[in-house]
Design a protein around this ligand. Structure first.
Ligand SMILES: [Zn+2]
Ligand SMILES: [Zn+2]
Ligand SMILES: [Zn+2]
Length: 932
């Protein structure tokens, strides 16, 4: 026997004796469990190099097409411990050592989850399913969902099914996370067995991906555009227009581009940069107004845009390349009509149109990501600069709550009215400690979510905040019409006078960004109400909704129930207000900029403001109330509690519920880009959901703390970018491409260099595209109403992106009439609102506010009519009649282009990911659960 074999034999004996001690009566079984852990890795290392090549190609394809960082680490972890970095890097060019090392450590982690566990099969347990689905769809956990795993089209049929391995691994991760959070927070046993959770996960992830479940409109459109380009390239491949190698290169480049934009691009954005693709000042300066722009070539950070980023250029190159091919195919068909019957010419022309549309969708996503990076930074700066007793408040309407008629029951919820509630998430500095609190306002009856509701609500919680000692606030929200309007901004001075609270600024975040904290609190609220319903209570009215929260208020949340009454309608007119995003309140007026620190801003004088005024009547209150600490002695005690990290009466700081398990983890932040994996990450379960952040934690509450603090660790997924001086650009890029073995890019770059000027970015390139305001034609309205009815019939609203495609494919409409998913979503939300009002107009006498669709002028007029005629409710019928003509569907000039989409996400009918998952679980309950 060789030495090695002898050692192996000795080790085997040793292991067996250890096992005998550890698990005396289940050694065999346990041994299998131990071995199972090594099997996955083994399967990659045995076999020929041909096998390895096939596996690595599949891993690389999955890695490239995966949409979340956690999933990419997970995919890498399947091979990281058996394949060297250099080898992996051959298949995933540019892979950073950071990602590789992280995957290595991730693979070594001890997992206790055995998916084959055969516990007693349980009966369908609605409450347990809801709790689990809520957990897996919560913003923090979402990232690890094996939802993004795609069936990537590969030329050969490889034997090992990587997507399944990835799904299994992801499922293990998620189940482990759920177990850990459950054990930290609950006394009782897990409500679901491991195998049940696994079955739920596999049914959920098998559901069809729908764009609406991705709430970020720009990302949904951008990613669909990439999918569309893949389809076109696949089709060209089927026609044998290229050989397989070229097809593969193009597809790889598409994956590479999509991933770059989704991950590292936002890490490259700087306030000022020598690369025009990365320079915030340059890309967001409004050249039409000197006060809203800033010159890069002046000031302390003056610079020229004389560098290019290879990754941005590479992205442009592949998109241009595909367009060029399409143009060539069209030209070839046109030049030689004998080629075929002309049907190919039509086909290629359509392709060219589509490619242009997709390129636009991708560019819009890039602009959006840049704006998101810039506005996230704004938010971070505000938080960092908060002084003692100052707060940042994020305002948001939660999706209207449709209780009782739970969706899985498949009842007709169209036309049913949901309960409106508003969340004001406050993060404050109290004696140097970051703390938070959320105000939840529940409104009586049917309300319209507009400025007239928001302004008195703000007045209410500012008065409450005053009681706990907060002296100055910054307000922030998304671009919903209720916030981003002249009416709300025009009321800021009145709010200050009314509440004696100083308001420093009002800023708007890029759509679907920076509201994870209010989303999280909306989830906590919804969860409590569902628990209350599952205990056998009814929640069909706003008072019952309030009672549900009163019975068991979540930590750090105060709940109010009541109504607001408007005493002055206000009439501020502010042209162009929807283009402005950053408002600071000065002595003489409101200074407005497009983005923070860009330009001196325009001053809107105080004397022109005609504020909305109102009275709040929130008669019911419960939870962690500010009125509990309404005295100097109480405020002092509260401060001391915050300083000492003790339980407080108002503020919330993330805490671990069980004393025994509370491990405080360090949260160190590096200000430069992280290249090394810190040694403490091996066992960490929870990854920060902030894009680009590499922080991970073992305990959920430590992650919560990290998010609240808002300081993130940035680590790129690929090697540090190389920026190229323009003069050396082409040559250096060719060098890089030699290593990449990717000739199509270098060819494309050469061509681009020859035709440079028109490819150059213009100042202000990332500003939102001006929305085309148009009145929908009669035929368009008819078509959309039919689609809406289809949704009513199927008891599930149609996906606006699918409708967009149907519109295009039907060929019934000319190009100018075509609408995009955002406009369609806006239409659906208005239609739903309209029908709800029509359905209830005969039964209820509560005031009905105008639909958000009417223009500003109409709104004013309508409000006047509301005031004068509110006693005889006829206006409602008038409202319904108007809607049958096309006229009602023009969008107000001063409404932000994202407002319609945001409204769609808030209506009762909107299906989010958790709805998809509940329904998938419910439909498969017989296979998941026992039938007893
Ligand atoms: Zn610049
Ligand atoms: Zn770049
Ligand atoms: Zn983070």
């Amino acid at each position: 026997m060789t030495t090695k074999e002898r050692k192996a034999s000795a080790a085997r004996h040793l292991i067996e004796s250890i096992l005998a001690v550890m698990v005396p009566d289940g050694t065999e079984e346990f041994k299998q469990m131990v071995q199972k852990k090594f099997q996955l890795v083994d399967s990659w290392t045995t076999g020929s190099s041909e096998d390895l090549n096939a596996i690595m190609n599949e891993v690389s394809a999955q890695y490239m097409s995966s949409e979340s960082r956690v999933n990419r680490i997970l995919i890498l972890s399947l091979v990281a411990n058996s394949v060297s970095y250099l080898k992996v890097e051959q298949y995933i060019p540019g892979l950073s050592a950071y990602m590789y090392n992280k995957a290595k450590k991730f693979a070594r982690r001890n997992r206790n989850t055995d998916l084959t566990e055969t516990k007693t099969v349980v009966k369908y347990n609605k409450e347990a399913v809801e709790s689990f689905v809520d957990f897996i769809t919560s913003p923090v956990v979402m990232v690890g969902l094996p939802y993004g795993v795609r069936n990537v089209k590969l030329s050969d049929g490889s034997k090992i099914e990587i997507p399944n391995s990835i799904r299994q691994q992801s499922a293990k991760e998620i189940i482990e996370m759920y177990k850990s959070v459950w054990e930290d927070n609950n006394e009782s046993d897990l409500p679901l067995g491991t195998s049940t959770m696994y079955k739920i996960l596999s049914h959920c992830t098998a559901t069809k991906r729908e764009s609406t479940t991705c709430v970020d409109y720009f990302i949904a459109t951008g990613m669909e555009s990439f999918d569309g380009l893949h389809q076109i390239v696949d089709y060209w491949n089927d026609l044998s227009l290229f050989d397989a190698e070229v097809t593969k290169q193009m597809k790889d480049e598409l994956f590479y581009a999509a991933q770059y934009l989704r991950t590292d691009y936002r890490l490259h954005i700087k306030n000022s940069s020598r690369i025009s693709d990365h320079c915030a000042i340059f890309s967001l300066s409004d050249t039409s107004n000197g006060k809203l722009s800033e010159t890069c070539t002046q000031g302390p950070e003056k610079h020229f845009h004389d560098l290019r980023c290879d990754r941005c250029e590479r992205t442009n190159a592949i998109l241009d390349k595909i367009e060029t091919h399409a143009k060539e195919f069209v030209a070839e068909e046109e030049a030689d009509p004998t080629l075929a019957d002309g049907s190919m010419l039509i086909k290629h022309k359509e392709e060219l149109d589509l490619i242009r549309k997709y390129k636009k969708g991708i560019l819009e996503m890039k602009k959006h990501l840049l704006r998101a990076a810039v506005t996230n930074k704004e938010r971070q700066t505000i938080t960092e600069e908060l002084k003692d007793n100052e707060a940042l408040i994020t305002l948001d309407f939660a999706q209207k709550f449709l209780p009782k008629w739970h969706r899985e029951k498949q009842v007709d919820y169209f036309g049913k009215k949901g309960i409106s509630y508003h969340i004001a998430h406050t993060s404050a500095n109290v004696s140097g400690v970051p703390v938070q609190h959320s105000f939840v306002h529940i409104y009586e009856g049917s309300v319209t979510q507009d400025s007239r509701l928001v302004v008195p609500t703000i007045a209410h919680f500012l008065k409450e905040l005053k009681k706990v000692g907060v002296t100055k606030v910054h307000l922030r929200s998304d671009n919903a019409g209720a916030y981003h309007s002249a009416a709300t901004l025009g009321s800021l001075y009145w709010l200050m006078e009314e509440t004696k609270m100083s308001i420093e600024s009002y800023s708007f975040s890029e759509s679907q960004n920076g509201k994870s904290s209010s989303d999280r609190d909306a989830n906590r609220v919804k969860r409590r109400v569902k628990e209350y319903i599952n205990k056998g209570n009814d929640v069909t009215t706003s008072s019952q909704f309030f009672d549900a929260l009163k019975a068991n208020p979540p930590n750090g949340i105060s709940v109010y129930h009541g109504k607001v009454t408007i005493t002055d309608e206000g009439a501020t007119q502010w042209k162009g207000v929807s283009n402005l995003n950053y408002f600071t309140i000065e002595q003489k007026g409101i200074r407005a900029r497009r983005y923070r620190n860009i330009g001196e801003g325009v001053l809107f004088e105080k004397k022109h403001l005609k504020p909305i005024k109102g009275v709040d009547e929130f008669a019911d209150e419960a939870g962690f109330l500010a009125s509990n600490i309404d005295s100097d002695a109480m405020r002092k005690a509260e401060r001391e509690a915050v300083e000492k990290g003790l339980q407080t009466k108002f503020w919330y700081t993330p805490k671990c519920a069980k004393k025994s398990n509370c491990l405080k983890e360090p949260d160190e932040v590096s200000t430069t880009i992280v290249e090394d994996v810190p040694s403490n990450v091996i066992g960490d379960l929870y990854s920060c959901p902030e894009p680009g952040c590499s922080s991970t934690f073992l305990k959920f509450f430590n992650l919560e703390k990290h998010i609240l603090r808002g300081k993130h660790n940035i680590a790129p997924e690929r090697m540090t970018e190389r920026d190229y001086a323009l003069n050396y650009f082409a040559r250096r890029l060719e060098d890089a491409n030699a290593a990449d073995s990717c000739p199509i890019v270098s060819t494309a770059v050469k061509q681009m260099k020859e035709t440079t000027p028109d490819g150059k970015l213009l100042e202000g390139w990332a500003l939102p595209t001006k929305a085309v305001r148009k009145t929908f034609g009669k035929e368009v309205v008819k078509f959309l109403v039919e689609c809406f009815d289809q949704g009513v019939k199927n008891k599930k609203p149609m996906n606006p992106f699918a409708v967009e495609k149907m519109m295009r494919d039907s060929k019934k409409f000319n190009v100018n009439d075509l609408l995009d998913g955002r406009q369609i979503a806006g239409f659906f939300s208005r239609e739903a609102d309209k029908r709800r009002h029509a359905a209830t107009s005969t039964s209820s006498a509560t005031s009905v506010a105008p639909s958000a669709a009417v223009t500003q002028q109409k709104k004013q007029k309508h409000r006047r009519s509301l005031r004068t005629r509110s006693h005889h409710g006829k206006h409602r019928r008038r409202h319904a009649e108007v809607a049958n003509t096309g006229e009602d569907y023009s969008i107000s000039e001063e409404e932000h282009p994202d407002a319609g989409w945001i409204r769609f996400l808030k209506i009762e009918e909107f299906w989010d990911l958790s709805d998809e998952f509940y329904s998938a679980t419910f439909e498969n309950r017989d296979t998941i659960f026992s039938q007893k």
